[in-house]
Design a binder for this molecule. Structure first.
Ligand code: BGC
Ligand code: BGC
Length: 556
């Protein structure tokens, strides 16, 4: 610290996006951190692990060449496995982990994710989201374990311990009440009493701090009209003074631009409220100049700068970045390894929820199966948002994983049973509905139903086939691939069995086939109540189709 100039200290407090900074600029400024944003890749979306590693290493070496020679923090959103990287194991999204609610498996997923990150030399994860989504109209519902903080109480600490193994760094996000906004609007306003914030949204952060989380990311959202990025009360009085968090507080992507005032005032407001690192993907250079000026003008004290930089350096030191800045684990052993694939499959299977079953399931191998619906042969839909691309991947194949059709085909290689290609030749029809992949912002909808909102347009046609099959007297099994419960109305009458798969990840297809043929048991229990109609949102006590905690087994 004593050797650093003000310019170098300010550079530690800034985070640039990889596409907007060169290694030469890293050396020139001694920048403190870089991120690869959602869907940002070294060159192409299918870049190899070694291309990622070389990129990260180049930046890291550039940082070490700077006068102050401080290693970089390199971050990314590995929110369900190392999902920006083509071919990585894609674990189920957090919503599935909540349905599974198994702390030991969640810890293993955290560790596997840390290892796959480390195969690319990336050591910092913007995960876990510990959001308590209170309104499924929010497009980030699937990033949340549950609407019920008691499920977080079981999972948050284990996930963080797993993610922070192998010297990787976790981030609890988004502080606080991101899941409590009015009507579930992304980046919206949580109109809540302080008690409600403390009852529902604060507990997962307390658990994260107790588990030793190193970084907390601030939410874009507001509480009662006050932007979190400007809230000294929540960021400092509560988080630092009351909860004792002494790690690093990170702002979200360009979030400071939503504050009042000039760019300089926005920067100063957020840092004085408590932010230590400002994520400014494109404008880090301008911010650097503005912040130096702000210190010279007395808008920002050197004490506040020193406090932030001390936290950042302590974090880099504690996570062994000074010792081994370009640390990497062996790709062959750890990236998309058989054991990670097996773990992803286990979690996918343990997280699917059996909603209805009149006895048609499990299958016994005598069936002639006909499969249809937009997600019946599509790994990209099983994976959902934050998969090689920010808003998800529309491709049926991801370079890893198994679709539902492929999962069944693999099972039938060694077991009795048939797939037929005409509905008329079938006795059992599997209709796999889907939402189209989405992430923040784009995923918000006021109409989360099987046919509206983010529902795949082909659901309508698939449902027509379900009705036709029903009329022919065939068994009809419905499967829903979605980032949240979808209002079903009376469509549910059409199905002899109904399964909510949510977003089970790349191994969802093989997990599904295991459940279908009773190689594994259904264990998933709803971590979100399933609304019976859109009226639910205006009168939350009414009209629950399936309650929180619901989920059938083959014994029921
Ligand atoms: C999201 C964060 C994410 C960040 C970096 C933001 O838009 O809200 O969850 O970590 O981008 O990709
Ligand atoms: C980035 C994401 C980020 C988002 C925020 C995208 O362009 O790739 O990481 O979360 O912008 O708007």
């Amino acid at each position: 610290m004593a050797n650093l100039t003000l310019e170098e200290k300010i550079a530690q407090m800034l985070q640039a996006e990889e596409k907007y900074i060169t290694p030469e600029e890293v050396t020139e400024y001694g920048i403190g951190s870089i991120l690869s944003g959602g869907g940002s890749h070294p060159n192409h979306y299918d870049d190899d692990v070694s291309v990622w590693y070389e990129m990260v290493k180049d930046y890291q070496e550039a940082a070490l060449e700077a006068r102050c020679s401080i290693p970089l923090l390199y971050g990314t959103d590995a929110v369900h496995g190392h999902n920006n990287v083509y071919g990585a194991t894609i674990f189920p999204h957090n919503i599935n982990l909540g349905m599974m609610n198994d702390a030991a498996l969640v810890e293993q997923i955290g560790e596997a994710t840390a290892l796959e990150m480390k195969a690319t030399g990336i050591h910092w994860n913007f995960s876990p989201a510990v959001s308590v989504a209170r309104d499924i109209r929010w497009g980030r519902t699937y990033e949340s374990f549950s609407e019920d903080p008691s499920i977080h109480a079981n999972l948050v600490a284990s996930f963080i311990q797993g993610l922070q193994s192998h010297h990787a760094i976790a981030t609890a996000k988004h502080f606080v009440a991101d899941g409590g906004t009015f009507k579930g609007i992304d980046q919206g306003d949580a109109i809540l009493s302080e008690q409600a914030v403390r009852d529902y949204h604060l507990p997962p952060f307390i658990e994260a701090i107790e588990a030793g989380v190193s970084i907390i990311m601030v939410s874009f959202s507001s509480i009662n009209g006050v932007k979190m990025h400007a809230s000294e009360y929540w960021l400092t009085t509560v988080l630092r003074d009351e909860l004792g968090f002494n790690g690093v507080l990170l702002s979200d992507w360009n979030a400071i631009f939503q504050l009042d005032g000039t760019f300089q005032e926005q920067l100063v407001t957020s840092i004085n409220a408590g932010v230590d690192i400002v994520m400014l993907p494109m404008d880090w250079q301008a911010a650097h100049a503005e912040l130096i000026d702000a210190v010279n003008l007395g808008m920002l004290t050197t004490e506040r700068v020193d406090e932030a930089v001390k936290r950042i350096l302590t974090l880099k030191y504690n996570h062994h970045l000074f010792e081994n800045p370009t640390h990497r684990v062996d790709t062959e052993t750890y990236f998309a390894s058989d054991s990670h694939i097996e773990l992803a499959k286990k979690a996918a299977s343990a997280s699917m929820v059996l909603l209805e079953n009149d006895g048609v399931l499990p299958l016994n191998g005598t069936e002639n199966l006909y499969l249809t619906g937009p997600a019946h042969d599509h790994v990209g839909y099983l994976a959902g948002g934050w998969t090689t691309h920010w808003q998800g991947n529309q491709d049926a194949r991801l370079g890893t994983g198994t679709s539902i059709l492929e999962g069944i085909q693999n099972h039938l290689k060694n077991n009795p049973g048939h797939i037929v290609h005409n509905l008329e030749d079938a006795d059992t029809v599997i209709v796999v509905f889907s939402e189209t992949p989405y992430a923040e912002g784009h995923g918000d909808t006021e109409h989360p139903t099987l046919f509206n909102g983010l529902a795949h347009p082909d659901n309508t046609q698939a449902y027509q086939q379900a009705i036709q099959a029903k009329a022919l007297g065939l068994n009809v099994i419905g499967v829903i691939v979605s980032g949240r419960p979808l209002v079903l109305d009376d469509t549910v009458e059409t199905f002899d069995a109904l399964i909510a798969a949510f977003l089970p990840g790349s191994e969802g297809g093989s997990a599904f086939s295991d459940l279908l043929y009773n190689q594994t048991e259904f264990q998933g229990k709803l971590s979100f109540a399933w609304p019976a109609s859109l009226n639910y949102f205006d009168s939350p006590d009414n009209h629950v189709h399936y309650p929180l905690g619901y989920g059938l087994t083959y014994d029921d």
